[in-house]
Design a protein around this ligand. Structure first.
Ligand code: KIV
Ligand code: ZN
Length: 511
């Protein structure tokens, strides 16, 4: 018997982007959207059109590009937001407006300052306006988890009658537990008028570490759409992780009577892309996409896996995109092999000149590091993707570090095209390098995060550095990769300074 479809609604570009410093440029959003399409995500929530002109333009560009997934924009339940969302998604062959309003007593009284009657009226009106733009309209009752069930039923009855086609039930604050959440979904489906005419959806946050479990419980209770993000990125502790939801449903097909349309071999490339673009590293023990997710350390486990893989493995690494991505290039690889691999990885290269420039950098890297893995190529190409017009650039760099001596860094930076020299001492070479940069740039930024990740295994691995800076109420992430982690650190710091300089991130995407 064929299974029902579970719709995968990815909100990495909207809820995911609300993580501090995870703002993406339009080009970065397009790269992620293309990867989501390649992975066969059903609905891509591309942003929140009314949040800023930058958001509007990015959604519009995604709507012009994406052909195989539905493109969606979020909108509060007011006319201005909905019309902006409708205009932003207009070019997409398949488009959705997702409108929401809070329904919990605390949100209605303290945030919206609206009565329950006014909330119902606004929700119904919003659906009517959204339907002018598309037949595919989703309604969310924000903070449904703390909303009165009778009032939720009343709101949902009304929006279904007004033309909503998907009803989303969010655990906005990550408060629920699997048994309670499943029960809530079951009750709503039983009680709401017209429940059988709409798709029921769940949207869970991870404040108690339960977002995936709650989402799956809702699926068992009848939800046919899950809202999730790559790597579980999202506000605070994040959203339900797409890869975990998809692989749970697939691996436990004995329990779930639904299936997704996801090409699971695209999961690891998507995870890496989002991590590199947002600067949010993936923890090594993260399910499915963590570096150790398929690594067996204990001798007993290794022995078991060698004898029969299924003794300790419930999924195949290649099914989620690990194995096929370990293809190695080396210093003798030609330009064609390089270009082909970029294409297979879905990394866009603007022109033949750009391929040549990237290939030259690839050769330099291959001189330092004999085997080049896909992860190295992705890091290399995210450096290549930096705009040529970067304000701050590293021209040259040297540092001295010796037992008993104070570490010292000297560098030449190009600032707006003019070369400047800087030198500083520090507690270590990284500290000295960042102090030297700050000495000439004088950004006054506060360093919120500094982290180093080895991109691949081996002592010749490239180190990928992430820094998060706060400056004047803005937060940005910067990344840099190099076989020398001090150079990677300087690149990451400059990358963050460039983002501050460009002012591309938003202060408060949810308004
Ligand atoms: O968490 C939430 O409630 C949301 C809604 C806008 C769906 O993100
Ligand atoms: Zn959310």
């Amino acid at each position: 018997m064929s299974k029902q479809k579970l719709i995968i609604f990815d909100t990495t570009l909207r809820d995911g982007e609300q993580s501090p410093g995870a703002s993406m440029t339009q080009d970065e959003k397009l790269r992620v959207a293309r990867q989501l399409e390649r992975m066969r995500v059903d609905v891509i929530e591309a942003g929140f059109a009314a949040a800023s002109p930058g958001d509007f333009n990015a959604i519009h560009a995604i709507a012009e590009t994406i052909k195989d997934s539905t493109v969606c924009s979020l909108a509060r339940a007011n006319e201005n937001d909905i019309r902006k969302a409708g205009e932003a998604i207009r070019p997409a062959p398949s488009r959705r407006i997702h409108t929401f309003i809070a329904t919990s007593p605390i949100h209605m009284e303290k945030k919206l300052r609206m009565t329950p009657d006014q909330v119902v009226e606004a929700a119904v009106k919003a659906i009517g306006i959204a339907r002018e733009y598309t037949d595919d309209v989703e309604f969310s009752a924000e903070d449904a988890v703390r909303s009165d069930i009778d009032f939720l039923c009343r709101v949902f009855d009304a929006v279904i009658a007004a033309g909503a086609t998907t009803i989303n039930v969010p655990d906005t604050v990550g408060y629920s537990l699997p048994s309670v959440w499943g029960e809530r979904m079951r009750t709503l489906i039983e009680r709401v008028k017209g429940a059988d005419k709409v798709i029921w959806s769940t949207h869970c946050h991870n404040d108690l570490g339960m977002a995936v479990a709650n989402s799956l419980s809702a699926v068992l209770a009848g939800a046919r759409q899950v809202e999730c993000t790559i790597n579980g990125l999202g506000e605070r502790a994040g959203n339900a992780s797409l890869e975990e939801v998809v692989m749970a449903v697939r691996t436990r097909s004995d329990i779930f009577d639904v299936e997704t349309g996801i090409d699971t071999t695209q999961i690891v490339p998507a995870s890496r892309l989002v991590s590199q673009i947002t600067g949010y590293p993936v923890q090594p023990n993260k399910a499915i996409v963590g570096a150790n997710a398929f690594a067996h350390e204990s001798g007993i486990h290794q022995d078991g896996v060698l004898k029969h893989r299924e003794t300790y493995e419930i999924m195949r690494a290649q099914d989620v995109g690990w194995a096929q991505n370990r293809l190695v290039l080396g210093k003798h690889s030609g330009r064609n092999a390089f270009k082909t691999r970029l294409q297979e990885l879905g990394i866009p290269v603007a022109s033949e000149e750009a391929v040549n420039a990237a290939f030259a950098h690839f050769k330099e890297l291959a001189d330092k590091k004999h085997e080049i893995f896909d992860e190295d190529l992705q890091a290399l190409m995210s450096d290549e993707g930096q705009p040529a017009s970067e304000h701050y650039k590293l021209v040259s760099f040297k540092f001295h570090s010796e037992t008993g001596e104070t570490p010292h860094a000297e560098l030449t930076l190009s600032i707006g095209g003019a070369e400047t020299h800087a030198a500083a001492d520090g507690g270590g070479p990284v500290d000295a390098a960042l102090k030297a940069i700050e000495q000439v740039v004088a950004s006054g930024s506060e360093l919120l995060l500094y982290s180093v990740n080895a991109i691949t295994t081996g002592t010749d691995a490239q180190g990928e550095v992430t820094v998060r800076l706060a400056n004047g109420g803005r937060i940005v992430n910067g990344q840099g990769a190099d076989t020398d982690i001090v150079v990677a650190s300087a690149k990451a710091y400059l990358n963050a300074l460039n983002r501050l300089y460009q002012g591309s991130e938003r202060l408060n995407p949810q308004l």
